[in-house]
Design a protein around this ligand. Sequence first.
Ligand code: GA4
Length: 317
Amino acid sequence: MVVVLQPVPKCKTSSVLIPVVDFADPTSKTQIVKAYEELGFFKVVNHGVRPDLLTKMEEEATKFFALSQSLKDKAGPADPFGYGSKRIGLKGDVGCVEYILLNANNHLSSTKSTAVFRQIPAIFREAVEEYMEEMKGMSSKVLEMVEEALGIEPKEKLSRLVKVKESDSCFRMNYYKEKEETQAKEEIGFGEHTDPQLISVLKSNDTEGLQICLKDGTWVPVPPDHSSFFVFVGDTLQVMTNGRFKSVKHRVLKNIKRSRLSMIYFAGPPLAEKIAPLACLVPKQEDYLYKELTWSQYKSYGYKTKLGDYRLGLFEK
Ligand code: GA4
């Protein structure tokens, strides 16, 4: 199969060109493939998510993070799900961030059982549920476009993994409170890492802080864009494309005058799903870069690692 790559429209930042994909453009699927091969992420415009839902999510999340510490703590601690402050994961990582982490796996209905869901007002709960459905739709749309562009056969479908009710996705709202004068100049909000899942869909307010790491190791800022989404390749998609797409290392620095609010949907496969390179993307047996593991095995291993650790080694042959 021959894939014809179209030129990717890009917007200029200080030192890197961020690929921009317009969902209304019929060539968007080839643009996504090119962006994922070059950088591991892209920005989406014309995404079709209702602006009033985005506004409601932002307003309600801002109200939540403005509550007193004792009220917020009632929705925590994050274990890993729930309200968390500073501590990230289970292995001692810290960042200048507060967050809400929710399991989006409806099948286990664990979202509704977290303390957060009991603590937040109904209007916020309903918005979160609707937003997670939208993000599930956007993730499967991106993966469908990848399937079409790469000629992935129906039995190997990627998008199925995030569409099914068992898909193990999660949703995070991060709040980086504006800097106080006494703080050091540049602080880590959320330390460098790659996301373990298939893809991650990020939306932020207009505050800077997000950076991505290029293949040569340089960190470059991603200019915030309040009206767009950013879609990252995660480790699982790197494995399934046999390394053709690379999961992008990113971090958030808190060297800012304004608070940053971001919302990220991590689209993951079902826990029992076997993750390995897709046969149609690997010409010869000896070309397989990764062995097979279930998502559950990779996820459990992830919780034994530090945020910045290189986790993909577990898959390497
Ligand atoms: C990184 C991506 C997502 O935010 C996340 C994170 C998870 C957590 O905060 O509980 C992890 C991290 C993330 C990877 C390694 C482990 C687990 C913190 C950590 C140190 C929710 C996820 O799925 O993996």
